[in-house]
Design a protein around this ligand. Sequence first.
Ligand code: LLP
Length: 416
Amino acid sequence: MRQDCRYSEVFGNIPTPFYFYDMDLFRKTVDMLASLSSRFGIRVHYAIKANTEERLLRHMSSFGFGADCVSGNEVLHAAHCGFAPADIVFAGVGKTDREIRESLALGIGTFNCESLQEIEVVNALAGSMGVKANVSVRINPDIDAHTHKYVTTGLYENKFGISRHEFDPLVDLIGRCGSVSFQGLHFHIGSQITDVEEVYGLECRRASEIVRWFEDRGLAVRNIDLGGGLGVDYEDPDGNPVADFETWFNTIASSLPLRPGQTVHVEPGRSVVAQCGSLISRVLFVKSGETKTFLILDAGMNDLVRPALYGAYHRIENLSAAQRLELQHNAGQGHASGTEAGQDAGEEMQVYDVVGPVCESSDVWGAGRLLPQSGRGDIMAIRSAGAYGQVMASRYNLRDLAPAVYSDDLDGQYNA
Ligand code: LLP
């Protein structure tokens, strides 16, 4: 999002809360991902669970990216949004028979299977339909991704993937499954990974040992899917608007030797869409307690559950205050230094507990946040909300779902 205070003018005419998508930043991020992935020869399957907005998906599919899906509906939606079925991978620990059948009928690229029993079921269903299912097997590499416990998925004895003690039975099983064609191995160790070189370097070294183990036993591992997880900068979205795909791909290229015929796949979700999205809200009330001042917004945890669910940090900005500051500055009364959204830029600051309207005490956007003096009606941006935001929204308290607003549709208004 360009931190342009004119936004608050345009946003002032739109009912809040809503998700705002900065399409210029989105396209820039996708361009970067496309050019780097082709330079490194890495296949990208966008993890659509992060954001399933059709406009975003159609743009990505037009680049020839694949899709990583985790439910039958995601598979169907990805195909509807232009992803070639052959480039769709379907992961998830609990695929239903119906989801498997529908995906087989569609001709998806690969089932990323997460248990031995799932492989048997996929084999049986494919056999009954007279087709062959491409299968990769998700391996649990027992790696600590140094991230939140709810989004680390590669530790030993996780519900995800197959662990070492099942490797021998797996080789046996694949040999017996006539309707399954083994494609390779799948790993995904967690999300919001910021120790990129260390964590992905370890994942690659572990993956390469495991690949060798299977190839030594006669299974050709053509595809090595390293999953997603690349982190973004929630503290400074304007300083680092595009995720560091280059360090990620460099780490992979230098830590995972490939033999001819092998392809590396990745499944980024958050890193593609987080920074282009903001949840836009209004201040409803300012409530002064004895020791705290509450800023009550019209957006709540039902709109964006990450702070309540994971204690996640999202930067909060008062766009109206930024505009006031600019007006003052233009009138020659202030001395705006041009920093973000008026924060730390000469405006009077105050500490607030920024909260939502939902009937839960965990409905808190941020406690003790230093913000410019804020008042009823001010437009607030909750930043880096493009990933796991709109898709995780609910109608709790029978609240309306926040709709999407795209910068492309506002062009001419804020550029005026
Ligand atoms: N591949 C697999 C198999 C996954 O399970 C995930 C995410 C991804 C790829 C994409 O990971 P990403 O690049 O987005 O980190 N709701 C949580 C995040 C859950 C991630 C689940 N799996 C959050 O808001 O932080």
